[in-house]
Design a protein around this ligand. Structure first.
Ligand code: 4AD
Ligand code: MG
Length: 480
């Protein structure tokens, strides 16, 4: 008797061997055919019960959603849906599921909308779609670590509670151990954080970059991959209040090297899942093709999912300066009839996602790396160019997603950085430790942040970021 999971059994194809497998019932047809799924792969294991040999009270408990154990022999299947099946010799119920109750949930075997699945986030991983998405997510995460490890990077666990706002955008969630009605105030009415747990105002990290920089200036090549938190009130299909970010940081590296690293890294992880997740990607691709059938031509995906991934793998990312992009956008319309909702008039404007997507999807038709942005629309830590008005920033724009990566060469010159902080009203005393790295052996260095969920969105072809993270945190939504 070999104890094995569904995937292992299906892949082994070891006919006439005896297996034991545990999983959840996806369907039970004709009192005879159990479709068993344990989350190891999108395929079910067909288990055939000769009902005359089994106690009907047990068979009555083989309901959709129940956890069961089967033991039996692997045989070639006579049915057309599968190559092999288990001829069940022993069947036990490990955990019941009442059909009346199941019918009220998304476990009931019919098509449920993604919105409905979100309302039952604790159960949705038992659907084929979410099983596939979460396996792809897991493989991508593994590939991230594999890539950086193979390139000699050290993984740094940057703190989640910090005293700084790395992006300077004021979108932080505060951390406190005060009871809200007992917050001590100073005479001026402001909160007295000296009495708070850390003795100062703290928040959840918006980015591990600043701490990662200090580690790169000692270990040379580092990356952090952790949860980050933003209290930006943007209720879009691309934003989460809690998301995971991959942030490499490299000493003695300038912007070109940073672009090379980002492109090589993204291609590596996408290539990895093309090889490792083929059946999940095939399932997701087919799901999208079915969905597209109900959509008008213009809204359909331009190419099937795996072809889209291949397209990214095979093409160089187009490198374009912000200034060139503005010229292109000034002279373009998203289509014959329509102007951009926010037409680009002047150099210096920040790009909206309609502009980013136009550049990628309509103009260049490939991933684009935009660089050298105006100083005043980017964060304080980016290196000022010789022109005095642009910084060595880079954003990577992806089809269907828009911005997937934000990064830059960092300002390594103490005086320039200090001036910049003052100009942006960032208190140098708060970031004294960050500034100090520019005094002791400063060097050119660069890094970037890739939003992990945006990568998973691209890789799975899903269109809402709430569907690629187990428990999405968005404004007014932290039910689970
Ligand atoms: O462009 P951002 O804000 O850059 C930084 O945080 C830098 N400190 C990174 C660095 O250089 N080390 O964010 C980086 C990426 C974005 O390109 C996007 O993919 C993702 O993080 N991102 C979000 N993903 C989901 N929800 C949000 N609210 C996001 N905000 C940013
Ligand atoms: Mg950005």
């Amino acid at each position: 008797m070999i104890k094995a999971g569904v995937k292992e059994i299906l892949e082994s194809g070891d006919l006439l061997k005896e297996f034991e497998c545990k999983g959840w019932v996806r369907s039970f047809r004709s009192n005879r055919f159990i479709a068993l799924n344990d989350g190891s792969c999108v395929e079910n294991l067909q288990c055939v019960v000769d009902f005359e040999n089994f106690d009907q009270t047990i068979l009555n408990q083989v309901n959709v959603g129940a956890a069961v154990l089967v033991q039996g022999t692997l045989k070639e299947s006579e049915g057309s849906g599968q190559r092999v099946e288990i001829e069940v010799e022993k069947l036990s119920i490990l955990g019941e599921a009442n059909p009346e109750d199941v019918r009220k949930t998304i476990l009931s075997p019919k098509r449920h909308s993604l919105e409905k699945l979100r309302e039952q986030a604790h159960l949705r991983v038992r659907t084929n779609t979410f099983g596939a998405i979460m396996r792809v997510r897991s493989k991508l995460s593994f590939a991230v670590h594999q890539y950086f490890n193979s390139k000699g990077f050290n993984h740094v666990h940057t703190p989640i509670i910090t005293g700084s706002d790395a992006e300077g955008a004021g979108e932080t969630f505060k951390v406190t151990n005060f009871n809200l009605d007992e917050i001590p105030k100073n005479d001026d009415g402001n909160v007295n954080f000296k009495e708070d747990f850390f003795g100062k105002e703290t928040n959840l990290s918006v980015s591990g970059q600043l701490e990662a920089e200090t580690y790169a200036l000692g270990l040379s090549k580092v990356y952090t991959f952790g949860p980050t938190f933003r209290a930006e009130n943007s209720n879009t299909s691309r934003h989460l209040a809690e998301f995971w970010m991959i942030e490499p940081e490299v000493a003695f590296c300038e912007l070109d090297g940073n672009m090379d690293l980002a492109e090589d890294f993204i291609k590596y992880v996408l290539d990895y899942i093309q090889k490792e997740c083929n059946s999940d990607l095939a399932f997701l691709e087919n799901r999208l093709l079915q969905e597209d059938k109900n959509k008008p031509q213009a809204e359909r995906a331009p190419m099937p999912l795996r072809e889209k991934i291949d397209f990214v793998l095979k093409n160089n990312f187009k490198r374009v300066s912000y200034t060139e992009a503005i010229e292109i956008l000034k002279n373009s319309k998203p289509n014959k009839k329509k102007k951009f909702q926010y037409p680009i008039e002047d150099w210096g404007a920040d790009l909206q996602s309609e502009h980013e997507r136009f550049l990628v999807e309509k103009h260049f038709k490939c991933p684009v790396i935009l660089f050298d942005y105006p100083t005043n629309i980017k964060a304080f830590y980016m290196r000022l160019n010789e022109d005095g008005k642009t910084v060595r920033a880079m954003d990577i724009l992806f089809p269907g997603i828009g911005e997937i990566v934000g990064g830059s060469q960092r300002e390594e010159r103490y005086d320039v950085l200090l001036e910049k902080m003052k100009a942006l009203h960032i208190d140098p005393e708060e970031l004294w430790w960050y500034l100090e790295t520019r005094k002791f052996g400063t060097c050119k260095h660069s890094g970037f942040g890739l939003g992990f969920e945006r990568l998973v969105l691209f890789a799975t072809g899903m269109s809402n970021i709430r569907d690629v993270i187990p428990y999405p945190r968005t404004p007014q939504n932290a039910e689970f």
